[in-house]
Write a protein that binds this ligand. Structure first.
Ligand code: C2E
Ligand code: CA
Ligand code: CA
Ligand code: CA
Length: 279
């Protein structure tokens, strides 16, 4: 058998996929998992290759079953979204990540923490108060927090999204548009959006250097667009030196991907970052 690293996922078997019964099953399992504290957060380092620093981490949730297997968010986030459990889960991830961020800050590490917000969560009535409350409770500074939202979340109710984003911005929180290029946000919105960062979706990075002809020009365009709008750009899913070199050549220096590090448990992320900074 192939070696199974601790970041390897268990995949649900085919019979478990789809089907109403399975979904109901998964919903009650998720509720139970929340109650029993079976979720964990992994942190994937984000590197600035220009300065040679790790400037941040993205918090990514996993479900750790009692037998130790890790279930990928791709397997449960859709059900969590459908059932509304996602808001509770995202808030838990936010609080957990802010606690970790506070610990790193106290160790003099200059790291931003990025968390993913679902559509439901961003559009929740009391979201601003709840986020501010978590920052207060954990002692993590709002200036170091980035909230990642997708174009779909943003476009779900643009007026409301803008109001919420602006309110959170006033507290010092930054915003990043995730999976950029895969959704439908129009360029005219982009110009007026109070966001700071675009994340180039992994699907485009993956096709760099293959004979998918459009990948390179797409990535170049996204980087150019971000730069012209004065936004930061982070490339996700970078796995190879060739991809990194392409990105550097086109002035994208912020990298997240297996080429550097996978998402890691909190302690391992700290060790990885300290080691990287001391190299
Ligand atoms: P995402 O926000 O686009 O996160 C990036 C995904 O790409 C992560 O998958 C990460 O592990 C993976 N990745 C990073 N670098 C590489 C690479 O070099 N190669 C490959 N093949 N993959 C790479 P992950 O952790 O499985 O998460 C999948 C998605 O689940 C996330 O995509 C996000 O949409 C969602 N998700 C994860 N955690 C949360 C959360 O706490 N809340 C919400 N609402 N969604 C979450
Ligand atoms: Ca993300
Ligand atoms: Ca992404
Ligand atoms: Ca993605």
């Amino acid at each position: 058998a192939k070696e199974m690293g601790k970041n390897t996922y268990a995949v649900f078997s085919d019979e478990m996929n789809n089907g109403v019964h399975q979904k109901l099953h998964l919903e009650s399992d998720l509720r139970e998992a929340l109650a029993l504290n079976q979720f964990i957060v992994h942190y994937q380092p984000q590197i600035d290759i220009e300065t040679g620093t790790a400037f941040g981490v993205e918090a990514l949730v996993r479900w750790q079953k009692p037998d130790g297997t890790l279930v990928s968010p791709a397997q449960f986030i859709p059900v969590a979204e459908e059932t509304g459990l996602i808001s509770q889960l995202d808030m838990w991830v936010l609080e957990t990540s802010c606690r970790a961020g506070k610990i790193w800050h106290d160790l003099q590490l200059d790291l931003r923490v990025s968390v993913n917000f679902s559509t439901r969560l961003l559009h929740q009535n009391d979201i601003v108060e709840r986020v501010v409350e978590i920052l207060k409770r954990t002692g993590f500074s709002a200036d170091r927090l980035t909230i990642e939202i997708t174009e779909t979340t943003l476009m779900h109710d643009v007026t409301r999204s803008l109001r919420t984003i602006k309110a959170l911005r006033e507290h010092g929180i930054s915003f990043s548009l995730d999976d950029f290029g895969t959704g439908y946000s129009s360029l005219s919105y982009l110009r007026t959006l109070p966001i700071q960062t675009l994340k180039v979706d992994r699907s485009f990075i993956k096709d760099l250097g293959t004979n998918t002809p459009d990948a390179a020009s797409l990535v170049k365009s996204i980087i150019g667009l971000a730069t012209n709008l004065g936004l930061d750009v982070v490339a996700e899913g970078v796995e190879t030196l060739e991809q990194q070199e392409f990105l550097m050549k086109h002035n994208c220096f912020k990298i997240q991907g297996y080429y550097y590090a996978p998402p890691l448990p909190e302690k391992d992320a700290l060790i990885w970052i300290q080691h990287f900074l001391n190299k």
